[in-house]
Design a protein around this ligand. Sequence first.
Ligand SMILES: Nc1ncnc2c1ncn2[C@@H]1O[C@H](COP(=O)(O)OP(=O)(O)OP(=O)(O)O)[C@@H](O)[C@H]1O
Ligand SMILES: [Mg+2]
Length: 302
Amino acid sequence: MSEGANPDGVKPVISMRGVKRVAGGRVILDSVDLDVYPGETMVIMGGSGSGKSTMLRLMIGAITPEAGRVEMLGREVNPRDEMSMNDLRKRFGILFQSGALFNSMTIADNIALMLHEHTDLPRELIDFHVKLKLEAVGLLEHAGKYPAEISGGMKKRAGLARALALDPVILFYDEPSAGLDPVTSAQIDQLIVKLSKQLNVTSVVVTHEMDSAFAIADRMAMLDSGRMLAVEPKAWYDRLRRVPAEEAEGLGERERLIRQFLRGDAEGPLGERRTVEAFMESLLGVPGGLLPTPSVEPTRVR
Ligand SMILES: Nc1ncnc2c1ncn2[C@@H]1O[C@H](COP(=O)(O)OP(=O)(O)OP(=O)(O)O)[C@@H](O)[C@H]1O
Ligand SMILES: [Mg+2]
């Protein structure tokens, strides 16, 4: 799906409505809405602790929201409904941050394991399938190696091959380029784009790396302290990122905040707010992060 796709009549693959998540006595996500449409790559961005991984975990049914509703492929994602979850789990793949491979198994066996567990395919077909997946991520010649024998970038590729094992319709990625050097990271981005086009999968990618986000996204969702600031096509963010400083003064608070995040500027609403949070935390014992007041309100204290 291309930029600004107009999804009239197209049903979302994933839908979140009014989602609230509370953990450790704190509101981690509040009133979050998001639709992800077939074939698009949705990138979820936000600072550390803004709730990105929590969103992903809600989408895959690893945790339950305190309020609101999460749907995948037209069905409610409900971790308590084990039958329905088992069915859904066959239709999506996840690339975890570490790759999460079994160290005692070769790369090929790591992928084959998924197929042995979830299908009735005969051995020869499984082997063939594993080769196809390894080829797709450029690891065919390393099939017999163990995770300890390959680099971080290759581990990500292997994790991706495993996520692809059951031919998922949705792929989830949590920080796919975390811990990689810039070149390897760009290669993984390219692979994500290639696979989403070739396989026509819907992808949801969590990242706080701007270069990655702009390289792979069709649309981007920007989280800030558990609230959804914006869900817009990539071009919208690109325009905002390029607004010169003198014009940025005329933007609304929300746009200024997003612009600052996109540019990684030290100066701006983000810094002002962090200072307020640090102040509250150190002096009043109120935890930073989600404050009772909306996080993008104009300057809180003067
Ligand atoms: N089980 C939990 N109990 C208490 N707090 C939690 C729990 N899970 C997450 N949190 C808190 O919720 C907030 C959001 O966490 P989350 O992992 O979703 O952030 P993130 O945006 O993925 O951050 P990062 O970029 O650092 O991975 C953080 O402040 C985190 O400490
Ligand atoms: Mg995270």
